[in-house]
Design a protein around this ligand. Structure first.
Ligand SMILES: Nc1nc2c(ncn2[C@@H]2O[C@H](COP(=O)(O)OP(=O)(O)OP(=O)(O)O)[C@@H](O)[C@H]2O)c(=O)[nH]1
Ligand SMILES: [Mg+2]
Length: 173
């Protein structure tokens, strides 16, 4: 199956490190149409699926006031990726969840990636992932991107969500 996934998140949360971890050598850097903002695309293979990844520009919201927000918003609405991974800075969760709620409102199939878990831990912040996941109604994964911690779990979740989505669509007819 061909799966498309977009990486969304606030600036500086670790999207590019995760994009590089996932796609390795299989990447292409271009520009968003008509914009000077960089567009990174790539893919990886996992469990027999090819997963195409787009690294969206970092944004605090999707209200389309800045070119970055406009790019991210139009991509999500027009291209409808199978899965959106919302990468948040676990050491700064509250601020990051503003974008998370907007992504949930948009109705995308979301995975919440709590990145920078190492920084959260050293700041004495403990996050109850199961509770967060059940409150938000989205799967949650913990990662430490530069150490590649959680990358296999993230790939598993992406593929599981995309596959379950196809099953849901088939049941609905
Ligand atoms: N300690 C720690 N640092 C991290 C982690 N993930 C990313 N970083 C660091 O955070 C900084 C930002 O990472 P990037 O991947 O460039 O973040 P980004 O989300 O792509 O940023 P923009 O493209 O500017 O929006 C870098 O210095 C990373 O090394 C993590 O899990 N733990
Ligand atoms: Mg980046």
């Amino acid at each position: 199956m061909r799966i498309s996934v977009a990486l969304a998140g606030n600036p500086n949360v670790g999207k590019s490190v995760i994009f590089n971890n996932l796609t390795g050598g299989h990447q292409h850097v271009g520009n968003w149409p008509g914009k000077t903002v960089e567009k990174k695309e790539g893919y990886f293979e996992h469990k027999g699926h090819r997963v195409y990844v787009v690294d969206l520009p970092g944004t605090y919201s999707l209200t389309a006031y800045s070119p970055e927000e406009l790019i991210a918003r139009s991509y999500l609405i027009e291209e409808r990726p199978d899965v959106v991974v919302d990468i948040v800075d676990a050491s700064n969760l509250e601020r990051n969840l503003y974008l998370t709620l907007q992504l949930i409102e948009l109705g995308v199939d979301l995975i919440l990636d709590l990145n920078k878990i190492d920084l959260a831990e050293s700041a004495g912040i403990a996050i109850d992932c199961e509770r967060l996941s059940s409150i938000l109604g989205v799967p949650v994964v913990e990662t430490v991107a530069p150490k590649r911690v959680g990358m296999e779990e993230l790939k598993d979740l992406i593929v599981e969500l995309a596959v379950s989505k196809v099953a849901r669509v088939e049941v609905k007819g």
